[in-house]
Design a protein around this ligand. Structure first.
Ligand SMILES: N[C@@H](CCC(=O)N[C@@H](CS)C(=O)NCC(=O)O)C(=O)O
Length: 278
């Protein structure tokens, strides 16, 4: 592990690290915010997954989450959104390839060689964070847009792994919207039956009530992607049918940007703190 940057931030520290990922078969960079130590209890972790075109720095620099994370004593881990490097397959579009890993394990050439963000986030990165930092095992997960999709599928596919999940403007039904259909065709191939394992709505409908965890979603009602790509009402209907504890808040006048995230990130941190710090 190589420390690339370190900055004092409120009562904690903002750092940026590079490491070699054996899952992704390339070097990866992540950001982490470490709150000030308090007594002998190691702090829990909130994983943040960003959206299309982002890397580990968008949330770190634009969301303004550190002040409240320092106050609550929560570590923020901000991974990149895809494998990186000259040897990694890419596409000209902003919504496929680098910056658009969709938090799944690709099965199709040329993507399968590196695009395994699901395994990286489920196994390799948490193991690394546990080994390198003084943190508790308890963790929660959140994200934006493609990262909201990532947070939801990681939570839905791994009962017991996270105390709570939240999302801003998530892609809840990727198998039915253009962003998801383009990415899933490339990464998973044309057999659409394999797509269901990576779709929050399908996963929630197939979920076991006993594995449900508290879920908070915020969605701006003037988000330019709301009607074509996001459609959180489809997940709300799945939650109604399965009695999944979802709170969906429609926020008047907010768009898809980090200005929206910055406006409600404190609510999400306090929501996760209720479950992480029990
Ligand atoms: N660039 C794309 C949109 C990409 C986009 O909105 N990305 C969101 C996540 S889906 C984001 O967080 N962008 C980076 C940022 O705002 O810092 C477009 O022109 O349509």
């Amino acid at each position: 592990m190589e420390l690339l940057e370190e900055h004092r931030c409120f009562e904690g520290w903002q750092q940026r690290w590079r490491h070699d990922s054996s899952t992704l078969n390339c070097a990866m960079t992540f950001s982490i915010f470490l709150p000030p130590p308090r007594d002998n209890t190691p702090p829990p972790v909130l994983y943040w997954l960003s959206g299309l075109t982002c890397n580990d720095e968008n949330f770190a620099t634009k969301a303004g989450a550190q002040r409240v994370a320092a106050e609550l004593g929560i570590v923020l881990v901000m991974p990149d959104t895809s494998p990186r490097g000259d040897n990694v397959a890419d596409d000209e579009g902003y919504d496929l390839g680098k910056g658009a890993g969709f938090y799944l394990n690709a099965t199709q050439a040329p993507w399968a060689a590196h695009y395994r963000m699901y395994d990286y986030l489920r196994d390799e990165l948490p193991t690394l964070i546990q080994a390198q930092f003084n943190v508790a095992e308890r963790s929660a997960i959140s994200g934006h847009s493609m990262g909201g999709h990532g947070a939801l599928i990681l939570a839905l596919k791994n009962p017991g792994k996270y105390t709570s999940v939240s999302a801003f403007a998530p892609i809840v039904n990727p198998t039915r919207v253009p962003w998801g259909q383009k990415a899933f065709s490339a990464y998973l191939g044309e057999d659409k039956s394999s797509w269901q394992a990576w779709d929050s709505c399908a996963l929630m409908l197939a979920s076991d009530a006993a594995s449900a965890i508290p879920t908070l979603i915020d969605q701006g009602d003037t988000d330019q992607f709301l009607a074509d790509q996001l459609q959180p009402a489809v997940l709300a209907e799945a939650a109604r049918q399965t009695q999944w504890p979802l709170t969906l808040r429609i926020q008047s006048g907010f768009d898809h940007s980090y200005w929206f995230i910055a406006s409600f990130i404190e609510d999400h941190l306090r929501f996760h703190a209720q479950h992480l710090l029990k």
